[in-house]
Ligand binder design. Structure first.
Ligand SMILES: Nc1ncnc2c1ncn2[C@@H]1O[C@H](COP(=O)(O)OP(=O)(O)OP(=O)(O)O)[C@@H](O)[C@H]1O
Ligand SMILES: [Mg+2]
Length: 376
């Protein structure tokens, strides 16, 4: 899948702009703070429904403006699509070929893999980044997973609201407990489904993950993963065992949930451990090895998607080349040469490695929110 163009209005620091893309390499060039990541983020919002940076809708709209508008021309196999996003402070709405479309549907149709300095730090930073890493793959792993993630998030939000009502004594306590009991069956069903989907995705990606890691680190390193449900190793659990583990945990934490006013059980609390030569990479791997693990995971996601679904996700690289040593950088570049996917890359200087001459590169310059095409 690839973008052939995008139009923007009042998106972050970009008042108005239109740009056509190469179906291979697109370089967003400019000094710090000019809008390179903003442009990349706009493409991500269009294809994934949300930003990869913190903040709500209001942060995406240009200061003092009521709304932001994006329009992308995208192509998937033989099919052409016009995808529009209207972003207001209170909500975002999307249309595909003039028809309203849901975020899970867009994510399913337009797979995207993002590398950012934050994602490269997923091993040493919190478990939320590791869960996000796996959930990004989940969306491209199976067509129904985007919907599942979105349903689980909604169910979690509802359950948290009820727990908060309990804490703040908004209505009679027995009434609140009844509501909570009535929500539990669907909450636990979704929690089990999402956990099981993660386990399957992790097991399926492992062979490609190991090959990519060996390639990127140029060594015969051995990698495995584990999935932790409250410190219990659960990678090979059946869905019944997952369900039992979640319910057991819910039973143990019932009082704690009521006194904290938030759900303490479910996939939003689980963790993923990467074992590098059998050792937990959080504690034993160097920073460079940790980055290699994440990079290899993302590369594996692309390889897996290409093999199973017959098309490659678009790849977005925000400021990451400078974070990698020359061995990893060169391996990543030769990988990009092979997989013929569309690449967007932000950089402050054009001194890219020489052999980064993918076919038809396009250089797009950003200066204070103004877009100009330097070379096509
Ligand atoms: N909602 C907004 N309205 C207007 N300007 C904004 C908004 N949000 C961010 N900006 C501006 O956008 C600029 C940052 O753009 P961006 O993050 O794309 O920079 P960049 O070119 O990627 O820089 P770097 O090389 O430092 O990563 C800042 O000047 C910031 O003030
Ligand atoms: Mg940036």
């Amino acid at each position: 899948m690839y973008f052939s163009s995008v139009k923007l209005r009042d998106y972050r620091n970009i008042p108005e702009g239109r740009v056509e893309f190469s179906s291979r390499l697109n370089i967003f060039l400019g000094d710090n703070g000019q809008g390179k990541t903003n442009l990349l983020e706009a493409l991500y919002v269009l294809s994934q429904g949300d930003s990869f940076r913190f903040g709500d809708n209001a942060t995406l709209i240009r200061y003092e403006q009521p709304l932001a508008f994006l329009e992308g021309k995208l192509h998937r196999g033989e099919l052409d699509y016009t995808l529009r996003a209207e972003i207001l402070k209170s909500r975002k709405s999307f249309s595909l070929n003039e028809k309203k479309v849901s975020i899970p549907d867009i994510r399913r149709l337009f797979p995207t893999v993002l590398f950012s300095p934050e994602s490269l730090a997923a091993i040493k930073e919190g478990a939320d980044l590791r869960r996000a890493l796996v959930d990004d793959f989940l969306v491209t792993h199976h067509p129904t997973n985007a919907e599942l993630i979105s349903e689980y998030r909604k169910a979690l939000k509802t359950r948290n609201r009820v727990l908060k009502d309990w804490l703040e004594e908004r209505s009679p306590k027995n009434r609140i407990l009844e509501v909570l009991e009535s929500l539990n069956p669907s909450f636990f069903r979704l929690a089990t489904q999402m956990t099981t989907a993660r386990l399957k995705a992790l097991i399926d990606i492992l062979p490609d993950f190991e090959l990519c890691l060996r390639r990127i680190s140029k060594s015969s390193v051995d990698i495995s993963v584990d999935y932790l449900i409250s410190s219990q190793s659960a990678l090979h659990f059946t869905s019944e065992e997952v369900d039992n583990a979640l319910r057991q945990r819910a039973f143990e934490l019932r009082e704690a949930e009521l006194s904290s006013g938030v759900s303490l059980v479910g996939p939003h609390k689980h963790d993923i451990v990467f074992l590098y030569n059998q050792k937990d990479s959080r504690f034993f791997s160097s920073q460079g090895q940790q980055r290699a693990i994440i990079l290899a995971f993302k590369m594996a996601q692309i390889v897996y998607h290409g093999r199973v679904h017959g098309l490659y996700p678009a790849l977005m690289l925000d400021d990451v080349l400078s974070e990698l040593d020359s061995v990893k950088r060169n391996e990543l570049i030769s990988f990009l040469h092979e997989i013929k996917t569309q690449v967007f890359l932000t950089t402050t200087d054009l001194h890219l490695p020489e052999h980064f001459a993918l076919d038809r590169p396009s250089v797009i310059e950003m200066t204070n929110g103004q877009i100009s095409v330097a070379r096509q």
